[in-house]
Ligand binder design. Structure first.
Ligand SMILES: NC(=O)c1ccc[n+]([C@@H]2O[C@H](COP(=O)([O-])OP(=O)(O)OC[C@H]3O[C@@H](n4cnc5c(N)ncnc54)[C@H](O)[C@@H]3O)[C@@H](O)[C@H]2O)c1
Ligand SMILES: O=C(O)[C@H](O)COP(=O)(O)O
Length: 391
C-alpha cells in the first residue's frame, strides 16, 4: 500500500523522514490521500474525494476550512504544544524589549565614531534607561499550551500573573503554577495588568475578542502582545485608541499594512514558531499522526474528530465516517453479521455531528471489500476505508 501526501510550506525534513519512501510519495498525484501543511490557506481549495486527512504542522487551524472538512468526512489534525516553547520564548523576549530600549540603544551606538566612543556611550546611556519586569503585572488571556508556559515563566521572573481562560483543560490547569491568579472575566485582566498577552485560537467566536470596549479598559502605560492571530484584535479600534494615548504599545506577530510605520506598534513577520526545534517537533508530530491515521485508522490530535485508538491485530480494518445519528453501530454490525463474519474488535466514538467507527475483521480481501461495499450503501455514511494490516 502506498499513500501520496500533498505538502505545502517548508515542512522540516525530520518530519518528512517519518513518511518512508516504501510507503509514501510526496506531491505525485492530483488525488492525494492527505495534506501536510503549515500556514497555507485552504479556504478556497476544493478537496479531492481521495483526501482522508489534513495535518497542520502547528497549533492554529484557522487556515483550514474545518467545518467543511467535517462535512466532507476529512479528519483535521494539529500538533498541540509542539511549538509552545518557541512562542513562549519570543513572548518573553518581547516583554524584555518592552521594558528596556534595547533595540534603540543598540542602533544608537552604531551611529557613534571616534576614539571617545566609549565616553560618548557612557555620557548618553541615560536616554536608554528602562524599567524591570519584576513586580509588574502580566495578564494572560488563554491558558493553553503557550499561555500556561508564559504564565509560569513570567511568575518565575518575579511578575504578578493573572490568567483568564473559561475553557481551560484539566491537563493544562494542572500545569499552571498555583501562584497564577485566576481572573473570572476578561475585563479584570485588561484593566489591571501592565502587560497583556493573548494566546487563544482564532475562531468565529474569538474574532475581535479584543475590540474597542476591551481596548478602552487598558491602562495608559499598558503593553498588549498578540502572538496568537492578528484578527483577534480589531486593528481599526486599536489604531484609534493608540491615537488617543489609550495605552502604550502593541506588539504583534502578524503583519498588517495598517499597523506598519507606527511608533507605538512593533510588527514581527509571524516568527512565533520559527525555531529549528519547533519546526522539527511540529513536522514530526504532524507526519507521525498522519501516518498512524493512514496506516491504522486511529485518530489522535484531531480538531474535528473524536480520539479513536485501538490496537490493530486483525488482517483487515474498516474505518467508517458517519453522521452521529442513532443506531449506526447496530446497522453496521448487522451488515457484518448478515454476511456471516465475526467482528474481532470494534470502537465507535462521536464528536458533535460526526462519528467514527473502526471494525476489525479476520476475513479474506474479497470478503472485506464486500463488507465495505454493503456498509457504503447504508444511510448516513460519509466515507469508508478498508485498511489492510501490513505489520
Ligand atoms: N505566532 C505563532 O507563530 C504561533 C505559534 C503557535 C500558536 N499560535 C497561535 O496561538 C494559539 C494558541 O496556541 P496554543 O498552542 O496555546 O493552543 P491551545 O489550544 O493549547 O490553547 C488555547 C487556549 O485558549 C483558550 N480559549 C479559547 N477561547 C478563549 C476565550 N474566548 N477566552 C480565553 N481563553 C480562550 C482555550 O481554552 C485554550 O486553553 C493558536 O491557536 C495559534 O493561533 C501562534
Ligand atoms: O499556529 C501555529 O502553530 C503558528 O502560527 C505557526 O505557523 P507557521 O507554521 O506558519 O510558522
Amino acid at each position: 500500500m502506498s499513500y501520496d501526501i500533498q505538502t505545502f510550506n517548508a515542512i522540516a525534513k525530520e518530519g518528512l523522514a517519518r513518511l518512508p519512501e516504501d510507503c509514501y510519495t510526496l506531491n505525485q498525484t492530483q488525488h492525494p490521500d492527505a495534506i501536510l501543511l503549515r500556514s497555507q490557506k485552504l479556504h478556497d481549495t476544493k478537496f479531492s474525494k481521495s483526501i482522508k486527512g489534513i495535518a497542520r504542522a502547528g497549533a492554529g487551524t484557522n487556515n483550514i476550512p474545518v467545518d467543511r472538512c467535517t462535512k466532507e468526512g476529512i479528519v483535521v489534525f494539529n500538533t498541540p504544544g509542539a511549538n509552545a516553547n518557541a512562542v513562549k520564548e519570543l513572548v518573553l523576549a518581547n516583554l524584555f524589549l518592552a521594558v528596556r530600549p534595547i533595540l534603540s540603544g543598540a542602533n544608537w551606538v552604531q551611529t557613534l565614531s571616534g576614539p571617545n566612543t566609549e565616553e560618548q556611550a557612557e555620557a548618553h546611556k541615560k536616554q536608554f534607561a528602562g524599567t524591570e519586569l519584576e513586580g509588574k503585572k502580566l495578564g494572560v488571556i488563554g491558558l493553553g499550551a503557550i499561555g500556561a508556559m508564559v504564565a509560569n515563566d513570567a511568575y518565575r521572573l518575579g511578575m504578578d500573573v493573572v490568567g483568564y481562560d473559561p475553557f481551560v483543560s484539566v491537563d493544562t490547569a494542572w500545569s499552571i503554577s498555583r501562584h497564577v491568579h485566576r481572573a473570572l472575566n476578561i475585563e479584570e485582566v485588561l484593566s489591571s495588568a501592565d502587560f497583556i498577552t493573548i494566546h487563544v485560537p482564532l475562531t468565529e467566536k474569538t474574532k475581535h475578542l479584543i475590540g474597542k470596549k476591551e481596548l478602552s479598559l487598558l491602562q495608559s502605560h499598558a503593553v498588549l502582545l498578540n502572538f496568537a492571530r492578528g484578527e483577534l484584535v480589531d486593528a481599526q479600534a486599536l489604531l484609534e485608541i493608540l491615537e488617543q494615548d489609550g495605552f502604550q504599545k502593541y506588539v504583534t506577530d502578524f503583519a498588517d499594512e495598517k499597523l506598519l510605520h507606527h511608533e507605538k506598534i512593533l510588527v514581527l513577520p509571524h516568527l512565533g514558531a520559527s525555531t529549528q526545534e519547533a519546526e522539527t517537533n511540529c513536522a514530526i508530530m504532524a507526519a507521525t499522526t498522519l501516518a498512524n491515521f493512514l496506516e491504522t485508522g486511529n485518530i489522535r490530535h484531531s480538531v474535528n474528530f473524536p480520539t479513536v485508538e485501538i490496537s490493530f491485530h486483525s488482517p483487515f480494518r474498516l474505518a467508517i465516517v458517519h453522521q452521529n445519528v442513532p443506531n449506526m453501530l447496530g446497522a453496521i454490525s448487522t451488515v457484518v453479521a448478515e454476511l456471516g463474519y465475526n467482528i474481532d474488535n470494534l470502537i465507535n466514538r462521536s464528536r458533535e455531528e460526526i462519528a467514527y467507527t473502526l471494525v476489525d475483521l479476520t476475513v479474506t480481501n474479497e470478503q472485506a471489500k464486500h463488507a465495505e461495499k454493503k456498509i457504503q450503501q447504508l444511510e448516513h455514511i460519509l466515507s469508508t476505508r478498508l485498511i489492510q494490516n501490513l505489520t
